[in-house]
Design a protein around this ligand. Structure first.
Ligand code: FES
Length: 63
């Protein structure tokens, strides 16, 4: 079984590596790129939630 890691990046998103299934608020699977890390927003400013769109930088997110 492949390892899944979730790493909070300084002042940025959660970086998720490994095979995951991402579900929306209704529990339906979302399309995610296979074999590539994904970045999940943790600042609340992304216009493309749950994914990071880089807005944390403009918002000055610290975490
Ligand atoms: S963490 Fe990047 S837009 Fe929220």
């Amino acid at each position: 079984m492949a390892e899944v890691t979730v790493q909070p990046l300084k002042n940025g998103p959660l970086l998720v590596k490994g095979p995951i299934q991402l579900l929306d608020a209704q529990g339906k699977p979302m399309t995610v790129p296979q074999g590539q890390p994904i970045a999940l927003c943790r600042c609340g400013h992304s216009a493309n939630k749950p994914f990071c769109d880089g807005s944390h930088q403009k918002a000055g997110f610290q975490g």
